[in-house]
Design a protein around this ligand. Structure first.
Ligand SMILES: Nc1nc2c(ncn2[C@@H]2O[C@H](COP(=O)(O)OP(=O)(O)OP(=O)(O)O)[C@@H](O)[C@H]2O)c(=O)[nH]1
Ligand SMILES: [Mg+2]
Length: 392
């Protein structure tokens, strides 16, 4: 590999935009990279234009790093990997699996429209998957009436408080992704203010560097002549070139022969990093999204667990009818998507809005552990969010 190696000079954090469809997540993401790219003083952030953020996988298939919706940028104090969360309810699956890795989130709310159903759903999901810090971008502030924007701000703070985010303390910054992209100084300054809020409000999380290595596979691809590459965010531990790893799901033990982040080779990847791993002698079609790459013997796959599950209310986009024992939805666990049978025990019935205890028997083995978060999906929408309380 002749490319410049990744040098870890600042803490790395994973962040992302979430919020209702069309509220301006992708525009704001592009604007952030543009503002940082143009900062001067040896900026290392490449500008990623709007139409490159949803770039097709083939386009990026050069190096071993593929993470289609990721952009990277650097502020004075931090290095960020940023996921642009899709807004459609159909993409909540990706939000769930992606959000599970987020250290903080930028909630994008249009000042013109205020809170919409997916705004509330994404905040709820963020809470359920353990995103502890949210910064609000009140976007389209260039076009909004200031008094109405004040009301939207109040409404957003109330929503955050209701979900346990302490809405009064959450930074709310009025921005215009669109005007910042056009270079309007008032709005590039607003994007700077948003980044400052993220830098100061979202703490560097505790990384589980000493734990055995684990990476949930998000994507798999082949590099001709080199082998199979898996991509994803390291959930815990560290991994180096030459380390032995186990691919759970593919039941293969292998060696890591290459390691990259954003196209740059690295000697060691650690918890929180978005990486691509080149794996020796693993056939492309034996590994899939949903599998887990881990230190050999460090995780035990299973299919039976108990959980506490919040059943989304109808207003939150959940079911309109109760669910009963025998219910068979999809479970999104890390990056895996698995069918499972639900047993509600003596309660037997759970109504939308209830929090219940259930036992689940999955259709296949996945690595499970106490405390693991997951989403329950049915017919393309999220109907519940839960946490594993016991395995077996
Ligand atoms: N006036 C104004 N319009 C904006 C602003 N940001 C985005 N828009 C417009 O809002 C529309 C949606 O913007 P996107 O960035 O695609 O929104 P999104 O949230 O990524 O949408 P999805 O990915 O489809 O959920 C586009 O027509 C943008 O030009 C802004 O700050 N001001
Ligand atoms: Mg978008």
């Amino acid at each position: 590999m002749s490319k410049t190696a990744y040098v870890r000079t600042k803490p790395h954090l994973n962040i992302g935009t979430m919020g209702h469809v069309d509220h301006g997540k992708t525009t704001l993401t592009a604007a952030i990279t543009k503002v940082l790219a143009e900062r001067g003083g040896g900026s290392t952030t490449p500008y990623v234009p709007f139409d490159r953020i949803d770039r097709a996988p083939e386009e990026a298939a050069r190096g071993i790093t593929i993470n289609i919706a990721h952009v990277e940028y650097e502020t004075d104090t931090r290095h960020y990997a940023h996921v642009d969360m899709p807004g459609h309810a159909d993409y909540v699956k990706n939000m769930v699996t992606g959000a599970a890795q987020l250290d903080g989130a930028i909630l994008v709310v249009s000042a013109l429209d205020g809170i919409m159903p997916q705004t509330a759903e994404h905040v709820l999901l963020a809470r359920q998957v353990g995103v502890d810090h949210i910064v609000v971008a009140l976007n389209k502030a260039d076009a909004g009436d200031p008094e109405l924007t004040d009301l939207v701000e109040l409404e957003v703070r109330e929503l955050l408080t209701a979900q346990g985010y302490g809405g009064d303390a959450v930074p709310v910054v009025r921005v215009s992704g669109l005007k910042a992209l056009e270079g309007d100084p008032k709005w590039t300054a607003a994007v700077e203010a948003l980044l400052d809020a993220v830098d100061t409000y979202v703490p560097v999380p505790e990384r589980y560097l000493d734990a055995p290595f684990l990476l949930p596979v998000e994507n798999v691809l082949t590099i001709t002549g080199r082998g199979t590459v898996v991509t994803g965010a390291v959930e815990r531990g560290t991994v180096r070139v030459g380390d032995r790893v186990e691919v759970l799901g593919a039941s293969a033990e292998t060696v890591v022969t290459g390691l990259e982040t954003f196209g740059k080779p690295m000697a060691e990847a650690q918890a929180g990093d978005s990486v691509a791993l080149l794996l020796r002698g693993v056939a492309r079609d034996t590994v899939r999204r949903g599998h887990v790459v881990a230190a050999p013997g460090s995780v035990v796959p299973g299919r039976r667990f108990s959980a506490r599950v919040y059943v989304l209310s109808t207003r939150e986009g959940g079911r309109s009818t109760p669910l009963t024992t025998g219910y068979r939805p999809q479970f999104y666990i890390r990056t895996a998507d698995v069918v499972g049978d639900v047993d509600l025990g003596e309660a037997a019935v759970a109504r939308p809005g209830d929090t219940v205890t259930m036992t689940v028997e999955l259709g296949r083995d996945v690595p499970l552990e106490t405390g693991l978060g997951f989403a329950v999906r049915e017919g393309g929408r999220t109907v519940g969010a839960g946490t594993v309380t016991a395995v077996g």
